[in-house]
Design a protein. Structure first.
Length: 292
């Protein structure tokens, strides 16, 4: 315990040197059998169950479906704290490195950093970004088909100054859901998936009393083929708004594969409460579950 406390009290450069020296020592003592054993048993290092060619095709479909968003090729790592400082989550959720970085566990957090950087330079601009990224999370994955510790996400993000009557949020929700809907329909057409009965679930809380009604009305005009239902939001992770989006597979099971939310992350990063941030992500590796 004394050594751990002393390490925390070191300057980052000093602590990094100590940790790197320890890692060199650990690696030097490993045998080939140790590597093979970890490769067999550690889900964080095993290859994805999704074929790489399928994933590449779906990436292309996703990027084409979101052509109005600037596409970023993100680094595998982000600044240390991108997960736990930007969003109200635990640092234990991410794989932290010894060099004040962490392996990306959610591209929307990283897109928030980029959006905030641009808004600091021009507070009145609108930022629209997207990224396809393989992410890694350290907690056990949720139960269900296709759920693994590292997986591919396609993320969209809108950031900019708020407008009256929740105008920024409503427009961002419609634009992002439209892109995800195009992605799912194109994937179904090219890969032979079944994607019936598209449905949006709009969840709001007392912070945004009229937002659900405004989004429902906007979706009825922009995406009339999509069924919309509303629910009560009970999660503090979102800034008053969360929207799920999904389709029914060949067996009639509803798969909610898109998660969209409004967050106060960019406002906190820029120090400007007028800034809004809406982000969403679809699990690319969940799309093959729609195969008949």
């Amino acid at each position: 315990m004394t050594e751990r406390r002393a390490l925390r009290e070191l300057a980052p450069s000093e602590a990094r040197a100590e940790l790197l020296a320890a890692a060199r020592g650990f690696a030097a003592r490993r045998r080939p059998a140790d590597l093979l054993a970890q490769w067999a048993d550690d889900p964080t290092v095993r290859p994805s169950h999704v074929d790489a060619r399928t994933s590449a095709r779906l990436d292309v479909i996703a990027l084409e479906a979101a052509s109005e968003y600037e596409a970023l090729l993100l680094s595998p790592v982000a600044p240390l704290g991108s997960n736990s400082v930007v969003a109200p989550t635990s640092q234990d959720r991410t794989l932290s490195t010894m060099r004040t970085t962490e392996v990306v566990s959610d591209p929307t957090n990283v897109l928030a950093l980029e959006a905030a950087t641009r808004l600091v330079e021009d507070p009145d601009t609108d930022v629209r970004l997207c990224a396809a990224h393989q992410v890694l999370r350290m907690q056990p994955p949720p139960s269900g088909r296709g759920r693994t510790q590292h997986f591919r996400l396609f993320a969209l993000a809108d950031a900019g100054r708020g407008r009256p009557s929740d105008g920024f949020e409503v427009d961002a929700v419609v634009a992002q859901l439209a892109a995800h809907d195009r992605l799912i329909r194109a994937a179904a057409a090219t890969e032979g998936y079944v994607a019936d009965g598209p449905t949006a679930i709009v969840r709001t809380d007392e912070r945004s009393p009229a937002l659900a009604e405004r989004i429902t009305a906007a979706l009825a005009v922009a995406m009339p083929r999509v069924a919309v239902r509303t629910e009560r939001l009970s999660s503090s992770y979102y800034a008053g708004l969360r929207v799920g989006f999904g389709v029914h597979d060949a067996a009639g099971e509803f798969l909610e594969i898109v998660d969209l939310g409004a967050h106060d992350w960019v406002a906190g990063l820029t120090g400007n409460r007028k800034h809004r941030f809406v982000a969403s992500a679809i699990g690319i590796q969940l799309l093959p579950l729609l195969a008949p």
